[in-house]
Design a protein around this ligand. Sequence first.
Ligand code: NDP
Length: 334
Amino acid sequence: MAAIRWGLIGATTIGKEWVIGAIRQAGGEVTSIFSRNADRGAAYAKECAIPRSTPDLRALLADVDAVYIATTNERHRDECLAAAAAGRHVLCEKPLATSYAAAAEMVTACRNARVVMGTNHHLRNAATHRAMRVLIQGGEIGRPLAAQVTHGGALPSHLHGWRLKEVGAGAGAIFDLTVHDADLLRFVLSDEPDAVMTMCQNSGLAAPEIEDAAMSVITFRSGLIAQTYDAFTTPYLRTSLAVHGSEGSVVAMDCMAQQPGGSVILDNAKGERRIPLDQENYYARGIRAFHAAIAGVGAPPATGEDGLVSLAVTLAARRSAVTGQAEKVDQVGL
Ligand code: NDP
């Protein structure tokens, strides 16, 4: 099969730090980049060895097979609809959009255009989380009853832009981090979220109306209760994902990150075991699966529909932070 030709939508940090390399590692080509700002786009193309740059989205769409949309979140909808209308496969960043209606439109448009749509929930690709899913599905912890996600850190200073300041762009820890937790819990537990209760914190890093940390409780259809802590403000925190069941517990440490790593410990009646892990680049693994989906084999690790569910959880969390009540998660019906 000829290499998939990718167009990047947005001259972004995540593209430069992870996704361009991942596309190349997975055998794809990054052939062009769209940026609203022609000069910034040209400089980015030069720095990242991308042959073409353009400030015209239609020009980009004309000569690629797939697009990677990683602009600020309020832009994803229009860019995704344009890509789908041009018949291009879409890998979109999370959260898919800033409203449920917009994300549902995106998923529907890709489905109607018969293009592959993925959501870049990279944490599904982590060896730690894949191992936990297999252990839980294999009954090693009995019936899963509780989960805890600790997903904090220090937001690097070069990312202290729209994430901390621009409500309209989808700022805040919930859209940035809780959205990943929601998807990861669904993946690891093979369960669906039902309702969310959230409390937010502003420690002064983000603008006053924006949360720089949040703690949520998510209930799942099986009855499981999950707790998540998401923060831009806790530099010495060690991330973790723990699932406790009726017959055992499984805990991953240092796992909620972009770089591969972490460990998994399983504890049950057979004793405590460290689980062997086959680590690899999370983003490259995701892009390889996306390429296979384009070739008609399987699906991206997180589909457009998965992105719609994780967005629905974050929207319920944001509502809950305002109402002080548990809020139901919108059920995906397309
Ligand atoms: P950036 O802030 O780097 O870029 C966002 C947009 O801002 C770009 O599309 C670009 O649009 C514009 N832009 C870039 N530089 C400038 C500038 N100097 N002045 C004005 N505008 C500028 O975003 P991130 O890379 O941090 O995040 C992008 C998306 O990726 C978000 O949806 C985020 O949630 C997601 N993300 C996902 C991660 C994951 O692991 N799955 C990790 C990090 C982010 P344009 O070039 O068109 O002007």
